[in-house]
Design a protein around this ligand. Structure first.
Ligand SMILES: *Cc1c(COP(=O)(O)O)cnc(C)c1O
Length: 414
């Protein structure tokens, strides 16, 4: 349900999703790649932030859905993505694996369990033709020993291809690679070179698509950009990846060139969610200051553990005291619930803080820990509407059974 609310009636904590900026950024990413290599497709990584309004927006912009579970697949279908615009990735596919393949979804084989199921399906439907993608695993020397996909070096990848192709009515038409902790230009150059090398070595026909995953930097606030050094821009990634693709497939007719797919998650969503939270209390303990907020570390997501998140004090009309260092802490009773250590600036009880860049792994990663989750509003065309209501007691306790313990007549202290 989407209801329109008066902006002044909102009480913290809550998120705002800035849809217009999200759209502009999406088009910028698309343009950077398309202007060099026109067969380009964005598939949005649902796991990063599956807020339906965001997934609907991506669909309206022409994006595909990249999902890693039956739950996410169901969401994509509910939103109206046709199967041939859904990429089914990941090591833990559920019973939708078969329907994905039958309905021409883009299934990416990750392990032998996936192979066995696809092979069994093809043997069951000998009158049908199937196609699947496959995820390759190779080292790009970023220090991460990834466990996803099939190892090219030890022959696992090649054996998997032979096994699939031996069935006759399955074609491997897509090649996929994704790795985290490798957002630099050199890592991206290695990925695309290796992928095209695999495409040339293992396939004697042109692939329908090459999916290079994600792990790009998106636009960042200056405070974050500084902490990441000098992150590449969309244009930098496009010049490397789309540039090399264009050069490599230049000789092929347009219809035979593989589509280049990217799967951004945090890359396109993090910057466009902001958290609004109030300072509830300020205390001093043995010369150290703590500012207690009405939100917690889980509302902010992994970014506040990795980096110092950009925080802006929107004030409250009160003249706050100037702090040289105050820890901004959450409500959770966990000592490690520090959203921003050693914050420097003016702060008063009642101030509203805007915490930026919180769209990745916050909404989807918030456990029902201590407090129910908070609402999300969307700002679009100067209008603000609610896209997720506040979670209730009943939302959280509905799956549990009550009244399972019979009274044994125990008495506490009286
Ligand atoms: C998590 C994930 C993504 C999203 O990557 P970002 O770096 O968040 O943009 C894309 N593809 C796969 C396979 C993933 O697991």
């Amino acid at each position: 349900m989407v209801i329109t609310l008066d902006q002044n009636k909102r009480k913290t904590p809550y998120y705002i999703f800035y849809a217009d900026e999200f759209i502009q950024n999406y088009y910028e990413l698309q343009h950077a790649f398309c202007s060099i290599y026109s067969k380009f497709q964005i598939a949005y990584s649902f796991k990063t932030n599956y807020t339906p309004a965001v997934c609907e927006l991506v669909k309206s912009l022409g994006g595909f859905a990249e999902v890693v579970s039956d739950m996410e697949y169901t969401l994509a279908k509910k939103i109206g993505y046709p199967d041939n615009r859904i990429i089914y990735n990941g090591p833990g596919k559920g019973k939708f694996l078969e329907s994905c393949v039958l309905e021409h979804g883009l299934l990416h084989i990750d392990n032998s369990m996936d192979i066995n199921r696809v092979v069994a399906l093809a043997r069951q439907y000998t009158d049908k033709e199937f196609s699947v993608g496959i995820r390759a695993n190779f080292d790009i020397e970023n220090g991460l020993h990834s466990r996803f996909g099939l190892d090219v070096e030890n022959g696992e990848f090649g054996r998997a291809l032979k096994r699939i192709q031996s069935v006759g009515n399955i074609k491997v038409n897509g090649l996929h690679f994704h790795i985290s902790r490798a957002r630099g230009k050199i890592a991206w150059s290695k990925r695309i070179e290796k992928l095209m090398d695999i495409a040339d070595t293992y396939f004697d026909y042109p692939l329908d698509y090459i999916d290079i995953g994600s792990g790009m930097f998106g636009h960042l606030e200056p405070e974050l950009k500084e902490q990441f050094g000098d992150p590449p821009s969309y244009k930098d990634y496009a010049e490397i990846v789309a540039g090399k693709m264009e050069e490599h497939y230049n000789g092929l007719p347009e219809s035979q060139k593989p589509i280049l797919v990217v799967e951004p998650g945090t890359t396109v969503v993090s910057k466009y969610f902001r958290l609004y939270t109030t300072v509830l209390d300020i205390k001093e303990i043995r010369s150290k200051f703590f500012g207690l907020l009405d939100s917690g570390i889980h509302n902010v997501g992994e970014i506040c553990v990795l980096k110092k998140v950009p925080v802006k004090n929107l004030g409250s009309g009160k003249n706050g005291r100037e702090y040289k260092a105050i820890d901004l802490v959450g409500y959770t009773c966990l000592e490690q619930d520090v959203i921003f250590p050693n914050y420097q600036g003016k702060l008063a009880v009642g101030d509203i803080l805007e915490i930026q860049n919180v769209g990745g792994y916050s909404i989807v990663d918030k456990p029902p820990f201590i407090h129910p989750d908070i609402p999300i509003y969307m700002k679009k065309n100067e209008k603000i509407e609610c896209i997720k209501r506040e979670q209730t007691f009943d939302d959280i306790f509905a799956p549990y059974f009550f009244g399972v313990i019979e009274t044994a007549g125990g008495k506490g202290y009286e």
